[in-house]
Design a protein around this ligand. Structure first.
Ligand SMILES: CC(C)(COP(=O)(O)OP(=O)(O)OC[C@H]1O[C@@H](n2cnc3c(N)ncnc32)[C@H](O)[C@@H]1OP(=O)(O)O)[C@@H](O)C(=O)NCCC(=O)NCCS
Length: 213
């Protein structure tokens, strides 16, 4: 998302050096997390794989600013220097036979509800379209309504069911797929959603203390 370069959140290709942070989120986000080896394979050897991470300078909203007398402590503290960006989420997809199969998407629990998951999904859809993908598809747990809402927002529709797809609890998966990514109508929808997302992220940038995850 080139136009979003000025925002305090960046989406960049995942590298091996990101794996410690990615695996930390993976363990918090999934009941059956992928191993370091699985990610290493994806990054080093899987030519169909495309993985991205989101980084931000934005602080977590853990409520510490509300502790008694924190305002007093802050008065005597030196002005904060810019903190290094932290990895808050990631996404991956495989480009196979003109289809982008989204293999994973996750945001650190402390950073959810801020538009980062959406940003990762938009970045994936854009990257996949640029690389010639005609549609995007994925599996999602039938119980995972928040992820389903994100996908529905981006035009994914339920097109099938994989029975007992998840081995940890035998849960079924919905198969969700976009309309043709290159269709004018879909691109218009994507542009509209992207503009709204950009506004949301900019609002956060100007008044981060007003919203919490
Ligand atoms: C799914 C996930 C990536 C969403 O990330 P996020 O950064 O919290 O999502 P965003 O703030 O960008 O929200 C974007 C949209 O997602 C949907 N959404 C996100 N959280 C939601 C919630 N708690 N309830 C309902 N809808 C939700 C909404 O449609 C939302 O759009 P809106 O704000 O206009 O309503 C995140 O919840 C996550 O990491 N979950 C665990 C891993 C996972 O289940 N991945 C999906 C595997 S298929």
């Amino acid at each position: 998302m080139d136009e979003l370069d000025s925002l305090p959140v960046r989406v960049e290709p995942m590298t091996i050096s990101d794996l410690a942070d990615v695996l930390n989120i993976e363990r918090l986000a999934y009941p059956s997390p992928w191993s370091a080896r699985a990610y290493e394979y994806e990054l080093r050897y899987n030519e169909m794989a495309h993985y991205f991470v989101a980084r931000t300078n934005e602080a977590t909203s853990n409520g510490s600013h509300n502790k008694p007398f924190d305002w007093l402590k802050r008065m005597f503290r030196p002005a904060p220097t810019a903190s290094p960006p932290i990895l808050v989420g990631y996404v991956g997809y495989w480009l196979m036979a003109g289809e982008a199969h989204i293999s994973t998407i996750a945001v650190h629990p402390q950073f959810r509800g801020r538009g980062y998951g959406e940003l990762l999904l938009v970045s994936t859809l854009e990257d996949a379209t640029k690389r010639g993908s005609h549609v995007a598809t994925l599996e999602v747990r039938v119980s995972n309504s928040s992820a389903q809402q994100l996908y529905t927002k981006y035009g994914f529709e339920k097109v099938g069911l994989r029975k007992a797809y998840y081995s940890d609890n035998n849960e079924d998966a919905f198969i969700m797929t976009t309309p043709p990514l290159g269709a004018g109508q879909y691109q218009t929808k994507l542009l509209r959603l992207k503009a709204a997302l950009e506004l949301r992220l900019r609002e956060r940038q100007s008044s981060p203390q007003l919203r919490t995850a």
